[in-house]
Design a protein around this ligand. Sequence first.
Ligand code: PLP
Length: 404
Amino acid sequence: MPERPTFIPIAKPRLGQEEEIAAARAISSGWVTQGPEVAAFEREFAAAVGASYACAVSNCTAALHLALLVLGVRPGDEVITVSHSFIATANSVRYCGARPVFVDIQPGTLNLDPTLVEAVITPRTTALLCVHQLGMPCDLRALFDIARRRSIPIVEDAACAVGSEILWNGAWEKIGKPHGDIACFSLHPRKLLTTGDGGMLTTTNARHDARFRLLRHHGMSIQDTLRHSAAQVMFEEYTDLGFNYRMSDIQAAVGREQLKRLPGNIERRRLLARRYGEQLRDISELGLPAEPDWARSNWQSYYVRLPDGCNQKQLMQDLLDRGIATRRGVMCAHREPAYPVDSWSCGTRREECGCTGRNCRRLAESQRAQETGIMLPLYDALNESDQDRVIGELRWSLARQFQT
Ligand SMILES: *Cc1c(COP(=O)(O)O)cnc(C)c1O
């Protein structure tokens, strides 16, 4: 019997002995919750992305929630964002009691289309929440110009974009400096750098950073580490309605090792992404991702647009039957049951737009991207022969759909 080919997953975190040793170091230190490892990880992360301040939290969803709260998003407010993203993006707006106002994306980059923003700004707009989808930087320059002119702060959902770069005033800078007001990263295993779960907020604003630190720890005025080492009895005060959004020291110790792997991880992904591009180029109906000349992706995911008329699910099933995992295009929050039509807006009155939950004419590109594309396996440990297998099976399945 022929040997079953090995299974190729969609992604694979790179965790090794260094991470095991680091986690053990935190455990044997006796201090396992937010403490010295978190503080060191924050310093190292800030240096890696070029930020003045970095604040670690329990996940990116918590980071997005804190970012919007600190910028003053309150019930009844509106936040301009995309529906075409992981659901946490839009959820964070609703946690603040605000309404997400969804704008459509550009089909080439899957990122928010800046030309659609001005038209949906209202007196209630309190923030612009843009996403660097799948690691591809969004058009921050265009968004920045609009937001500054209209005095609207920008939060960057950089969940996928650790290590991605943008050309800013003539120099390449890391996403997360940040270029807006606050950037939020995810350290979930599906992303390039993982602590199991985790998140990071970066900013150049010292007051924002102080607020993140307060709110992630129940609004408590004194940090545990301080009280623990104090020679005098200290009573804390709870100045704000805070949250438990802490990262543990075990996670942070792992994160510090992951940070060391990041440059190599990205270099490898860039090589594999280039290889996909070169080897799939001749399938003319296939839409391949391309970096604008001002952007460098970290290639968290490799999204291809399928030919017109291609059965997305059948193609994914073909590949799965041959031991290759894929994922469909990024979801659209407005099409999910958790998003009844009165919980969001597409920037126009419902009677004018006539959209139902699942179909909104103004979000046509978002919907099309979800329905007509797939993500191919991409991770640093993917070897060339496995990548060739993905390419070969993709060709075979496409041929099967279109030549019979
Ligand atoms: C993964 C992801 C999130 C959520 O990150 P968590 O750390 O899992 O909370 C938010 N936004 C985008 C765009 C993501 O890809």
